[in-house]
Design a protein around this ligand. Structure first.
Ligand code: COA
Length: 310
């Protein structure tokens, strides 16, 4: 039996920062941001809310949805590049707050592909029968590492968290195939010094190719074809990158998760936030073939093909 997703949750801060608000902060405009990125607004966490706080809210929702108690968790994996502190890890902070006493805990650092790395790590522990239930969270407070004077990056990012509870699911369902990858030679194109520094064009070219290629690879690995895919959840970085993947899979528009308009790029949180939202909207149903695909700084990437349902 495969590992799969038992429950999903998300949290986004209340404060909305619109493109119009950004016009007051940097030399940019709503028209440019909308047409080049697909983003209209993003959420920004307040001074009292850090990555662990958002992770907690998303995790509570995911546990409730999975109908599993925190004490039952064997492991907590938190994907983040914006931890509250270098250590203790966000996962340890979360373990305490949830009261997940028996859970091992560690953070995963693979930037925007972090959630994919986390889910695939969890799958290994579950399918080897080492652990029964693993909580995987993507959480980011990117606003604290965003240079609000740099229009190249300030318009792109937002804060938020998404979480899944994973465990074994019924025969034929769960994770069917995956691909993880990294190319450290591209690290210079997207990194954090004090703030995020990005060569947008280089990242764009890499992302368009990688997202589409990885999606095709996992579909083939699962023994399926593009026609079998019911729903695509791409990392929400730029609508044009997402559209390139969708077109490569020849999927109609309504079969792709699209939360970028409201939340911008929330890095490791983007895929689970989109998953939670589209699931709630009834766009993902039991036995649907779902492809998730992400890329990020590192450079890193990951894709998963799964059959939805417990
Ligand atoms: N507002 C207005 N104008 C802007 C701007 C902004 N926020 N940012 C850049 N511009 C200008 C540039 O200065 C440039 O002007 P010029 O032609 O006079 O030099 C022009 O817009 C085009 O810039 P360019 O960088 O070629 O735009 P683009 O179409 O490549 O879009 C990104 C820029 C960043 C949106 C795009 O490259 C991208 O999304 N890259 C991937 C980024 C990403 O996904 N990062 C996260 C990875 S997890």
């Amino acid at each position: 039996m495969n590992a799969g997703i038992l429950g999903v949750g998300k949290y986004v801060p209340e404060k909305v920062l619109t493109n119009q608000d950004l016009e007051e902060i940097v030399d940019t405009n709503d028209e440019w941001i909308r047409t080049r990125t697909g983003i209209e607004e993003r959420r920004i966490a307040d001074d009292h809310t850090d990555s662990s706080d958002m992770a907690y809210e998303a995790a509570v929702e995911a546990l409730k949805h999975a109908n599993i108690k925190a004490e039952e968790l064997d492991m907590i994996l938190v994907a983040t590049v914006t931890p509250d502190h270098p250590f203790p890890s966000v996962s340890c902070m979360l373990q305490e707050r949830l009261g997940a006493k028996k859970a091992a805990a560690m953070d995963v650092s693979a930037a925007c592909a972090g959630f994919m790395y986390g889910v695939i790590t969890a799958k290994q522990f579950i399918e080897s029968n080492a652990y029964k239930y693993v909580l995987v969270v993507g959480t980011e407070k990117l606003s604290k590492v965003t240079d609000w004077n740099d229009r190249n990056t300030a318009v792109l990012f937002g804060d938020g968290a998404g979480a899944v509870v994973m465990g074994k699911v019924s025969e034929g369902r769960g994770i069917l195939s995956f691909e993880l990858g990294a190319d450290g030679t591209g690290g210079k194109h997207l990194y954090q010094d004090e703030y995020i520094i990005m060569n947008g064009r280089e990242v764009f070219k890499f992302a368009v190719r990688q997202m589409a290629d990885s999606s095709v690879h996992v579909i083939e690995q699962a023994g399926l074809t593009k026609d079998d895919v019911d729903f695509l959840i791409p990392h929400q970085a730029n609508i044009r990158i997402m559209e390139a993947s969708r077109q490569r899979l020849a999927l109609p528009e309504e079969k792709m998760a699209k939360t970028i308009r409201k939340y911008g790029n929330t890095s490791s949180a983007s895929i689970p936030i989109a998953m939670a939202e589209e699931l709630q909207a009834g766009k993902i149903k039991d036995d649907d073939v779902v492809v998730m695909v992400g890329f990020g700084g590192g450079l890193t990437w990951g894709a998963i093909c799964m059959r939805w349902g417990r």
